[in-house]
Every structure is written in C-alpha cells, then in structure tokens.
Design a protein around this ligand. Sequence first.
Ligand SMILES: Cc1cc2nc3c(=O)[nH]c(=O)nc-3n(C[C@H](O)[C@H](O)[C@H](O)COP(=O)(O)OP(=O)(O)OC[C@H]3O[C@@H](n4cnc5c(N)ncnc54)[C@H](O)[C@@H]3O)c2cc1C
Length: 391
Amino acid sequence: MSLEKTRQHYDIAVLGAGPAGSSAALQAAKLGRSVCLIDRNAKVGSPVRCGEGIGYHSFIRHAGNRLDWTLNRIRQSIMVSPSGIKVTIGNIDESYILDREAMDSGLAAEAAQAGADLVLSTPIVAVKRTAGGTYECRSPERTFDAACVIIADGVESRLARSLGWNTALSLGDVESCAFCRVTSPLIDQDACVFFTGSTVAPGGYAWIFPRGKGDANVGLGIIGTQSGPGKARECLERFIDRELPGARVREKHCGGVPVGKWVRPLVRDGAMLAGDAARQVNSISGAGIHYSLYAGNLAGTIAAGSFSANGSIDYNKLRRYEAEWKKTYGKQQDRSYSLKEFVMKTDDAFLDRVASSLAKEPPDRLNYLRVFMRTFAGRPLLLLKAMKLFG
Ligand SMILES: Cc1cc2nc3c(=O)[nH]c(=O)nc-3n(C[C@H](O)[C@H](O)[C@H](O)COP(=O)(O)OP(=O)(O)OC[C@H]3O[C@@H](n4cnc5c(N)ncnc54)[C@H](O)[C@@H]3O)c2cc1C
C-alpha cells in the first residue's frame, strides 16, 4: 500500500463512533470541515452495551423526532427496596427504551452522509501531538493527521492518556456491570423496575428495562469498592433466577460505567474529550446517553467554528466547549455526584425506611423529585442540590 493511502489528513479526527463521537462528526461535517470518524469495531452500535433507557425530554432535546430509534414507551417506574417494598412512581414524563443499534448506526450514517469519512475496523493505538502542532492518530495499518482531535472512545478512555490526561477511575467512581437480554412473560412492559440492596447490587442497583414483545434489558451495577472478579455476573444470575425464573437469557456482557466527576480540563490545545471518555455521566443513575449526545454535538460544533479562513485553528475558541458544558450539564453532574456520595453511605435499613414512607403515597402523585426529597429529608444542602437537579 502506498504511503498516501496509509496516511490521511483531516481538519478534525473523531476517535470512537458512539453517540458522542458520531454527534461530533455529524456537526463538524455539516459545518463544512473535513472529518474522519474512526471506530475499532466493524459495525457501529454492535454489540450493545447499554440498558437503552432515556427520559422523554432528554431524547427530544438531543435526538429530535427520530422516534424510529425508540422501541418502547414507559409510563411509570417501580422501585423495589432491599426488603421488597415496592414504590410505584406514576407521575413521570414518559421515557423511552431506545434501539441503540439503530441509533448509533443511524448517527454514524448521518455523519457519513454529511461528508465525514467513516473508518471502521480501525483501532487507534496512540495519539501524539507533533512538533507542528497537529495530531497524529495511529492504528496498526493507517495514520490519520488532524489539526483537532475529538476523543470519544468510551469508558476505557485510553486515548486521552496518550495526550497526558489522567482518566484512571478510582474504585469508588466506577460501577462494574453485568447485563443481558431476557425474554419472559413475567416482564411488565409498561414500567422500568429498579432494585436496590446490598445483596442485589452493593452500592448500585439492578434494572429491568422492557423493550417490548416480552423482551427486556436486564442488568446490574456494583460499585467498584465492593466488586470483585465475576461478582457482577454472579449477582445477575441470582437476580434473574429470583425475579424472572425460567427466562430465556442471551447476549450476556460485562462493562463499566463511570460515576465520578467529569474530567477537567475537557480541552488541551487542539484535543477535546467527549462522552464517557470525559466521564460525562449522571453519577447517581449512570445514565450517559443524553450527555454524550449533547457533549459530542457541542464539541463538533465548537471545533468546526474554531477554524479560520486559512485553515488554522484557534485553541482559545475550543475552550468554550468546557464553559458551555459546565453551564448546561456540568454543574448538574457535580450535584448528582454529591448526592451519590451520600447515598453510598446509606444502608439497606435506610432504603427500606424511605421506601416504606413513599409506598404510602398514591403512585400518581409520586415523581422523582418527591423521591429525592424524601431521601435527602433533613439534609438541607443535599435537598437544595436535589431540587436544582429538577429545576
Ligand atoms: C451496562 C450499561 C448500561 C447502561 N445503560 C444506560 C441507560 O440505560 N441509559 C443511559 O443513558 N446510559 C446508559 N449507559 C451509559 C451509556 O451507554 C454511555 O454513557 C454511552 O454509550 C456513552 O457514549 P460514548 O459515545 O461516550 O461511548 P461509547 O458508546 O462507549 O462509544 C465509544 C466508541 O469508541 C470506540 N472505541 C473505543 N476505543 C477505540 C479505539 N482505541 N479506537 C477506535 N475506536 C475505539 C468503541 O468501539 C465505541 O464504538 C449504560 C452503560 C452500561 C455499561
């Protein structure tokens, strides 16, 4: 192969074609920059490593009217406490269970249609800033040069380390997850069900998210400090035997969810971090899809707008990405981190007490804010943070 074919030059290289990377590439390509969107996998969006749940407002805000990316509409949540007290939360905006395969592959295809080069089966092994200030992104067979690099390689966040970021997660800031697809007539197709408790999922929760037609994503996350080799998988098997006996179980996977603080800074020179790679995830719920869609979109838009007519890039303009992120979701994530810190110190008896008082309320009056108010009752600072989360 000639050198020309193995070395290509772009304005912007986006590393990772998850929701963050594809949104970034889509925006940057739409704004006229030359963009490559690179993923190590042969197929975007597969295998799915996600519960696929997203709130209605988050979906509409970040995905617009692409309802073909959704599988099921959910109208209530059920929380099950450690001793089995059920709290039905009926006063919620509906939420969706997504088809992540359709969403991720759809977003990458939109980026390609907008002009980005979609490069698959290409693991980037290192990113280096050259003496000339450009970024060299190397895979075993090809090298991509770019004035700006957007790193969106997910929870592992290895590529950021090549550029000096410390993205290592402490055990208290990562959930170790096991999850699978399950078919069972016992699945309530209208509700997302969450289970807490030190025997179900220490420091985390188990979930059943119905995908329709008897199917569900079932999984659980255990906080790193209480996890160990094979523990999440064992807990999941026990959980399914107990809650969904006789279910057909397939596509078992393990994975991590970062539940720490978002990485600071988000921009170094011409390099930007987005999505799980930047730890842009809700620390309490572990939800990151909407943050990734937003962050990718923002990073791509700001990167594209930071080039001057002669093709040079202004690093000062790139830094607007961090300021905008902080304003829109960063502060919210900081609040959810403080709330998570408190919840981590509670025990099963506390969760049972909260559940037993909430269970007395009519489901149609219960919403998430009320649940949070009850959880943080008597702790004014945390109450304020909880209220701001919903404000
Ligand atoms: C078990 C589980 C359940 C979850 N459930 C939910 C949920 O219900 N709702 C919710 O909102 N969030 C959920 N999340 C979180 C959500 O999945 C993530 O926040 C979201 O996928 C992050 O998007 P991203 O684009 O940053 O990263 P990813 O979606 O992880 O995409 C990263 C991409 O980078 C590619 N890549 C990695 N390294 C390289 C490399 N070296 N070279 C090239 N390509 C590379 C990968 O192949 C991948 O395609 C869940 C996560 C897990 C693990």
